[in-house]
Design a binder for this molecule. Sequence first.
Ligand code: SAH
Length: 338
Amino acid sequence: MNELAESLAARIAAEGPMRLDHWMAACNAHYYATRDPLGRDFTTAPEVSQLFGEMIGGWIGDLWQRAIDHNPLLLKPVTLVELGPGRGTLLADALRVLARLSGFTSQCRLALVETSPVLRAAQARALAGWAPSWHDSPDTLPRDTPLLIIANEFFDALPIRQFLGHGLERAVGHGPQGFAATTLPTPETEPHERCEAAEAMVTALAARLQAQGGAALVIDYGATEAPINTLQALRGGQPADPYADPGEADLTAHVDFARLADVAVPLTVHGPVPQGRFLAALGIHSRAAALSRGKPSDIAASINAGLARLTAPAQMGALFKAMALTAPGWPIPAGFDQ
Ligand code: SAH
């Protein structure tokens, strides 16, 4: 038993079964704090191919450029924020593109919302030269500039509650056989999932964007219909039991885009659109062709495999979605205008 398992077992012995969101929050905090899981337990779009971060860089640059063309008063410092930046790969690839945009880098400060010390160290290495600031939560983000916020596979790691119908919600108990799923009573009668942490964060960010200007781009996995029973544990790239070994597997759940759009008032919501369509609109196919040109066939093949993984509907192209939120007066972001 790891230290977390011992403390969770003691807590359940003292207080009874734990609500699933409390369990998931404790497990994921330990999991991310103690390792860099990327490429081992799971892989994310920026780790699949540099094309992903480059497209996001183009998206940010285009939006910023059109915002200042429209309103030159916005030509002042802007804070580029990433929520849960992992190894910092997405921003490193995006900033390579943004560095070519005249005026952007001199105006841009980087702010990273990240709780894991292991991943903060990886981000510092990937973004050396950019002097990012780190934040435990969005509360301490700068208040004096517009915010351009990116979140890729961040919201899926936030803790969910699962309502099972019949007045029960998912909980976790502990007995001689170890941890196991159980239930607690709830007044909720309909089966559904709810991520209160994601709702609270989007509500807070929407207030900031409304006051400070800017936009947020959320990319994550989730179906169009409201999520039910989507909790998933991954360990070593394989599905695992979410209750077996607390803090040793990656726990995620589908993101409820419709719910997040509802709490983002008074911002304008764009999408969600399938990731494959979003990246195609940003020009990923021609960028992949340019990157492959003149390359040995094995390198060209791996660029194309990365492209397919990001965009093909059977891979990440359809289940993953992109949704943007913009402050009043900000332009419609690229990828959402058709
Ligand atoms: N965006 C990255 C990593 C995704 S993994 C990528 O696409 O590769 C999830 C990231 O969110 C990790 O960096 C993890 O440490 C961070 N994270 C998870 N829960 C968090 C929380 N409650 N607050 C801040 N960061 C969190």
